[in-house]
Design a binder for this molecule. Structure first.
Ligand code: COA
Length: 108
């Protein structure tokens, strides 16, 4: 599992807990987190399933749990950035911005 700074974990919520366990092996096999103001906007990031457990629906399940979570399921916008998993997220209802011209970012 890629290491994340403690501040990035404490500034977001995870579900159903810090990770979920592969019983009886009890190892962490996946992670996802959401950064949100709980009112208008959420950003989904660090969706990760360890290689040995991919292709079993766990990544989709993690994302669905996030989208259905009461903390964010009524928000106007849930965003993410992905380099090569567009098809994975498209199946979960994500699409490119309707008007990319409206989107801006600042990368120092
Ligand atoms: C992306 C990731 C979380 C998917 O986890 P997973 O448990 O394998 O996902 P699922 O089993 O739910 O896959 C659902 C479908 O999406 C497809 N899929 C998975 N990853 C994909 C990707 N990167 N691009 C396109 N399709 C992908 C699967 O092939 C599967 O298709 P199928 O139902 O036709 O077999 C996992 O591959 C991963 O951790 N990758 C490395 C980190 C990463 O790229 N995270 C996302 C970055 S934003």
């Amino acid at each position: 599992m890629p290491p994340l700074p403690t501040s990035s974990i404490s500034g977001s919520f995870q579900w159903p807990g810090p990770a979920y366990l592969d019983k009886p092996a009890c190892v962490k096999i996946g992670l996802a987190r959401v950064i949100t103001d709980y009112a208008t906007y959420a950003y989904l990031c660090d969706v990760y399933v360890i290689e040995s457990h991919r292709g079993r629906g766990l990544g989709s399940w993690l994302v669905r749990c996030a989208l259905e979570h009461p903390a964010i399921n009524s928000l106007k916008r849930i965003a993410l950035i992905t380099h090569d998993a567009k098809e994975f997220y498209a199946r979960l209802g994500f699409q490119p911005p309707a008007d990319p011209e409206q989107y801006m970012e600042r990368i120092p």
